[in-house]
Design a binder for this molecule. Structure first.
Ligand code: SF4
Ligand code: SF4
Length: 466
């Protein structure tokens, strides 16, 4: 950080010569820090435990791309259901936009994994190994003597270990746990692909949290870049009450406002900005400056809230509107999206059936019978073996079914591809008709039908014609 106040024109994490200025955030205590720590640890527990918790016999979240099976909170999707992910992804994105319009970057400060891991794990390790912000800055400047080598060595070893854990937690969302455990214990040569991926992921996580840090939010994150269009002057953000704080001056200065210009709000800011200069793109809404300033105000016997959660309008003394065009529009679009998603998911079943005419001729005439051939695919998306009965019927037609005449046993999360051959005597064919094929499982919990057109020659021939 420059000796003067941070500038609105430059990034605090980049020096004038373009080199990196490593920001050492000062420690802070307060109600938001306590709450944020609690939320952070709950989220870390959720991130780590989701692949371990079983719902309906499957992990709460497992996206097994290789097997084409996706388990999400008790529902199992196969590759054919991936289109439903559109609703999940757009719904999550939309909820984030809506929350941002109401409460600014609350996601960044409270729930984003980048913030959660950095603030509650990596910075904590840094404090344990290198001391507070002043000690860390001093260590940065110190020569590479024994003290620095030992402290940095322990810190980086701990960072590497945590990065390895995070990378494997991430992998456990894509690789079933028994398989992952087996791979972790096995020699790398037996699974080079996964080993190299895990190593690259560990390296990326280490680089991000050990060095890149707040630059991810400021430079890389697309959501961070969208802030200026997502929030407006009625969004609740973290802001400084200029009317109350200015003119800033030392305690006791005649005519001074409540801000004593102690710079404490800057020292605790993880992106190194001065919130007194107004809302800035670098603000990740972490609330550190609120707790820091509240502590100063309490010490001075002044009202807290000089920096607080409020809208830009309220901070300027103007009324805040909750209902405004973008909120109304987001609400309407959100309701339409929710209705479409509910409709799409209501059609979701634990069994997928497809019936397709086999490639080749649409029908065959031989030995006095007309034959239509179909390929039936049954996908059992449940975590238990099931048997399916398939029965074709066409009232008034002398139809016979060959194939699938016995119940088809399908293991858990497997599928079966079987031919279904339908025939009628050529002499009984009076034109194309519909065959209703019923599919049901032997427990009676699943039943569906498909209509298949039975085709034949307009004027059937007695001998082989096709
Ligand atoms: S912590 Fe509060 S009093 Fe100190 S400089 Fe920031 S706004 Fe002013
Ligand atoms: S300005 Fe305040 S809320 Fe924003 S990032 Fe800095 S400390 Fe966090």
């Amino acid at each position: 950080m420059a000796a003067d106040l941070p500038s609105l024109e430059t990034l605090a994490s980049i020096n004038a010569d373009g080199s990196r200025n490593f920001i050492h955030t000062a420690d802070v205590r307060g109600r938001f820090t306590t709450l944020r720590t609690a939320v952070g640890w709950i989220l870390i527990a959720i991130y780590a435990l989701l692949p371990w918790i079983k719902i309906n016999g499957n992990p709460a979240v497992l996206l097994d791309v290789r097997e084409g099976q996706y388990h999400i909170l008790g529902l199992t999707f196969v590759s054919q259901d991936v289109w439903l992910a559109f609703f999940l992804i757009t719904g999550a994105g939309f909820a984030l936009f809506f929350a941002t319009a109401l409460w600014g970057r609350v996601w960044c400060g409270w729930a984003c994994p980048q913030t959660v891991f950095l603030e509650h794990i990596y910075r904590r390790i840094e404090r344990w190994t290198e001391g507070d912000a002043t000690a860390r800055r001093r260590l940065d400047m110190a020569p590479w003597a024994a003290n620095k080598v030992i402290r940095r060595g322990i810190k980086w070893a701990a960072f590497l270990f945590v990065s390895l854990l995070i990378a494997h937690v991430f992998l456990s969302y894509f690789v079933p746990l028994p398989e992952l455990y087996h791979m972790v214990r096995g020699a790398p040569a037996r699974h080079w692909g996964l080993f190299l991926f895990a190593a690259a992921l560990t390296g990326t996580v280490f680089f991000d949290f050990a060095w890149f840090r707040e630059q991810f939010c400021i430079i890389l994150c697309p959501y961070g870049r969208l802030q200026s269009v997502l929030v407006d002057d009625d969004s609740v953000v973290i802001g400084y009450d200029t009317r109350r704080g200015e003119p800033r001056g030392k305690v006791g200065a005649v005519g001074a406002g409540d801000c004593i210009d102690c710079h404490r709000c800057i020292h605790v800011c993880p992106t190194g900005i001065d919130i007194r200069q107004g809302l800035q793109m670098e603000c990740v809404s972490c609330s550190n400056c609120i707790d820091a300033c509240d502590a100063i105000m309490r010490r001075l016997g002044r009202a807290t809230g000089l920096i607080r959660y409020d809208s830009v309008n309220a901070l300027a003394g103007r009324p805040t509107r909750l209902l405004r065009p973008r909120i109304i529009l987001y609400t309407i679009l959100g309701l339409i999206g929710a209705a479409a998603a509910a409709f799409a998911f209501s059609g979701f079943q634990s069994t997928t059936i497809s019936a397709l005419r086999m490639t080749g001729a649409p029908y065959y005439v031989a030995d006095g019978v007309i034959r239509n051939q179909f390929l039936i695919r049954i996908v059992n998306k449940e975590n238990r073996a099931r048997a399916f009965v398939v029965k074709a019927a066409a009232p008034g037609q002398p139809i016979s079914q060959n194939g699938l005449d016995k119940p088809v046993e399908i293991p858990p999360l497997e599928e079966e591809l079987e031919p279904l051959i339908l025939t009628i005597p050529a002499s009984g064919f009076k034109g194309a008709f519909q065959v209703e094929v019923e599919f049901r499982d032997t427990t009676g919990q699943f039943r569906t039908t498909r209509k298949l057109p039975f085709l034949g020659p307009e004027k059937h021939a007695a001998a082989d014609t096709r």
